[in-house]
Design a protein around this ligand. Sequence first.
Ligand SMILES: CCCCCCCCCCCCC/C=C/[C@@H](O)[C@@H](N)CO[C@@H]1O[C@H](CO)[C@H](O)[C@H](O)[C@H]1O
Length: 467
Amino acid sequence: EKQFPDGFKFGAATAAYQIEGGWDEDGKGLSIWDNFVHEAGNIVDDSTGDVACDSYHKYREDVAILKDLGVDIYRFSIAWSRIMPNGTPNEINQAGIDYYLNLIAELLLHDIEPIVTLYHWDLPQYLENLGGWLNPQIADYFGDYARVVFEHFGPYVKYWITLNEPLATCLSGYGGDSLAPAKGLVGDGTYQCAYNTIKAHAKAYRIYEKEFKQEQGGKVASNIPSPMFYSKTDSIEDIEARERAFEFNVGLYAHAIYRGNWPQIVIDRVANRSKLEGYSFSRLPQFTQEEIDYINGTFDYLTLNSYFSTIVEHTEEAPIGTPSIYSDQSTLSSSDPSWPTSASSWLVSDPPGIRYLLNYIQEKYNPGEIVITENGWSTVPGILNDEDRVTYLKGYLSNILDAVVEDGINVTGYTLWSLLDNFEWSQGYTQRFGIVDVDFESPNRTRTYKSSAEWYKRLIAARQIVD
Ligand SMILES: CCCCCCCCCCCCC/C=C/[C@@H](O)[C@@H](N)CO[C@@H]1O[C@H](CO)[C@H](O)[C@H](O)[C@H]1O
């Protein structure tokens, strides 16, 4: 049997808003998610993350579970407004700092390495009032936040992720309305947000590089979510459509960091359509040469979230009308009917896709090291015997193993999404991604292993795919 290499690290992932609760405790400030969930109609089951898994109080129990599973790494995020209530450095909340120091200490005590995300979608509301990710100064605010994080936690953390899935923030939060702050600015907002998130990431990277790296010796990267994109046919049109889909969804956030500037196809198409729409400038902001040089190369590794595959085909150019990133992109996406479906409309299982994708990403960005920071499966609530999740994970991990052993891709870690059932954003508690069930009806938020947790524990112990 093929073995995962010795240095390969297994783990699990969570995010602050989805598990912590304690939304207004001990001096924490409000985030855009605290406000979004309290507005009726935004979350399908009208639930909130006010308590969620109550990990703010139960983190020791979470770490005990991680220890029992035998993981090497745990990916979690810091809630910006828990340590800086309004997002600015003029007020630091010591109780928030202590919470994360205690969590990290508990992890290290059990030989579990933290991998820490600075921003997993919970922007301090005060910064949103200033324009959020559309405010050109947000990179400076993020830089100040990053500095506080590195100062306090840097001695204990070696792997940093600046922003989780900027694609989701920009496309669904500012371009669309399914994530907070639901701005719905599909033609302009997505690009301005992308521009600012890239500059914020680069700022944090450069601060670390200049002020902390020598002493702390850690690695910093942004986060890239990507499905495997297949072209529907071998026609030139569909192959080009597949490239466009990749560049408009992945390249928009990765190209400037790994190769310099936006992808050329995005520059050309948005400029062209903007002109036809009557704009005197491109809706895609331009990087100056100085910005390109500052951003290019701001990575020490690559973190990849990947769950599914999609089939892309060319579609006729949309008539000039309301500006939209979708018309700029001009592609259609579909699924293969043979791919098993989950409780989430977008999540289908295509295990070989992850191996193709890893090869594609390696060739395109040559990042040196890749950590898969999210991959997982959703079910409806209440299922402890989650055989479909085990089948999915087995297929994906087996293909990841082949990518490492057969293809020589330097994937050094894997943090499964998710350790616990948790608050699944606008889907509330209707979709469950945990390998550990959480009883959201009980005040104790009782945790119970699913079959997948038992299976993952055996896999980690064996360091090979197990039945
Ligand atoms: C990555 C998307 C590229 C778009 C390519 C077009 C293909 C069309 C299909 C559209 C589906 C879009 C919905 C995608 C959603 C996921 O990528 C997103 N939910 C992943 O975010 C992480 O998901 C976890 C489980 O949902 C978890 O909630 C975590 O917090 C997120 O980081």
